[in-house]
Design a binder for this molecule. Structure first.
Ligand code: HEM
Length: 186
């Protein structure tokens, strides 16, 4: 499956902006790295490493996801397990909403898929094995303030791990591009 299709789930839509951005940058000038797709010496020499590599590759992204998920799962503003969204939801009575339990297995699975997702989106290996992002969040009634809070937690993790500003901006733009697929409640 094409990288963009994996991210989109169905290959439709317009939210590839953030995803392609890093790639376009990588190949956008005459001194672009070799077309092998590997980030390599030439890439390093021209400072054109994929965002994936500049975030520290697999290890860097795993660290980031570990810090972020812990923060977001503990953040009542995000309400990750959707507690109370199905029960007593004044405006949501008709639609059912799944409660998600942060069991060790569920958290491990979430982290694995999030690492794969971010790797794919930042120019790393295209090995995302989770659900399409829209389907994964369907029926959760996630609101803009909840999404904003999750982004705030990600920013806090990026700061804590001392990720440079340029890389922070690029990653946050990618995450922002998923908002229309995740937020279903105003
Ligand atoms: C308010 C914000 C968010 C909430 C409450 C939320 C909630 C959830 C929950 C409960 C799951 C587990 C679904 C399941 O296992 O069936 C999930 C999965 C996932 N979320 Fe989110 N999410 C939010 C934002 C984000 C963002 C910003 C991203 C990344 C850009 C993201 C990426 C993912 C991925 C990759 C999965 C794994 C899908 C799978 O296992 O198939 N989520 N999310």
């Amino acid at each position: 499956m094409a990288q963009s299709e994996q991210l989109e789930g169905a290959g439709e839509g317009e939210d590839e902006k953030g995803v392609t951005k890093a790639k376009v940058k990588n190949s956008g000038d005459a001194e672009a790295p070799s077309p092998t797709g590997n980030t390599n010496q030439a890439a390093q020499a021209t400072n054109k490493l994929a965002l994936y590599d500049r975030l520290g590759g697999q290890a860097g992204i795993s660290n980031l996801v570990a810090d972020f998920t812990k923060r977001a799962l503990d953040d009542p503003r995000v309400n990750w397990n959707r507690q109370g969204v199905s029960r007593g939801g004044f405006s949501l009575r008709k639609s059912k909403s799944e409660t998600w339990n942060p069991t060790p297995e569920n958290v491990a699975q979430l982290q694995k898929h999030m690492v794969e997702f971010l790797a794919l989106a930042t120019g790393g290996p295209p090995e995302y094995s989770g659900k399409p992002i829209e389907a994964a969040h369907a029926d959760m009634h996630i609101s803009n303030p909840e999404f904003d809070a999750a982004v705030g937690d990600l920013k806090a993790s990026l700061d804590r791990l001392k990720i440079p500003n340029k890389e922070q901006k690029e990653l946050l733009a990618i995450v922002e591009s998923t908002r229309p697929q995740i937020v279903t409640k105003r």
